[in-house]
Design a protein around this ligand. Structure first.
Ligand SMILES: Cc1cc2nc3c(=O)[nH]c(=O)nc-3n(C[C@H](O)[C@H](O)[C@H](O)COP(=O)(O)O)c2cc1C
Length: 162
């Protein structure tokens, strides 16, 4: 429904890159459909298109990482959305990524990265709703968050007076 899509454009979202896989079997995509579920236990929800490689790897390896993107990493968000320049080495050639034996790739410059173990996945029409148990949190805020609103990437223009 066009009106639904038009309406959702007004919902400003924090931009993340969700990654999955390990070694050289890795994938990631830009996602705004991510939110906190419960604090006790720490659990979050990420909604990923089922046709993508990221979702397939998330299911296969049972782990994923939600990297919250800062406004200085616009090109990372663009690359993982299939919009910007992607080097011949692939999407992970944009930004500095920490690879590990048993975990999904983590963006070193993320404002925060949530490492997750898949708790459950619910398939709903085109998307997989992945609930993740958070196993590690790396908090490193150094700039404002990257947002997406009305079809455009944006930063926080400024906080409102208290
Ligand atoms: C701002 C923004 C937010 C997005 N949010 C999501 C999302 O929450 N879930 C999703 O599956 N795709 C989302 N996408 C689309 C994917 O990033 C895009 O389809 C990407 O190219 C998929 O990568 P793949 O083709 O390697 O699987 C979003 C795209 C943009 C630009």
């Amino acid at each position: 429904m066009d009106q639904f899509k038009q309406g959702m454009r007004q919902l400003a979202g924090a931009v993340t890159v969700v990654t999955a896989g390990k070694h050289d079997d890795i994938a990631g995509l830009t996602a705004t459909a991510v939110c906190s579920l419960t604090a006790d236990p720490p659990r979050l929800l990420a909604c990923l298109n089922m046709n993508g490689v990221t979702f397939e790897l998330l299911r296969r390896h049972g782990r994923f990482c939600v990297n919250v993107i800062g406004e200085d990493d616009l090109r990372v968000a663009e690359a993982f959305a299939g919009m910007g320049h992607v080097p011949p080495t692939g999407k992970f050639g944009v930004g500095e990524w920490e690879m590990a034996e048993d975990r999904a790739p983590r963006l070193r410059s993320a404002l925060v990265a949530f490492e997750c173990k898949v708790h459950s996945v619910t398939m709903l029409s085109t998307h997989g709703l992945a609930i993740g148990d958070v196993t590690a949190v790396h908090v490193a805020p150094h700039c404002g968050p990257l947002l997406y609103h009305d079809g455009q990437f944006a930063g926080l223009a400024g906080l409102l007076p208290a």
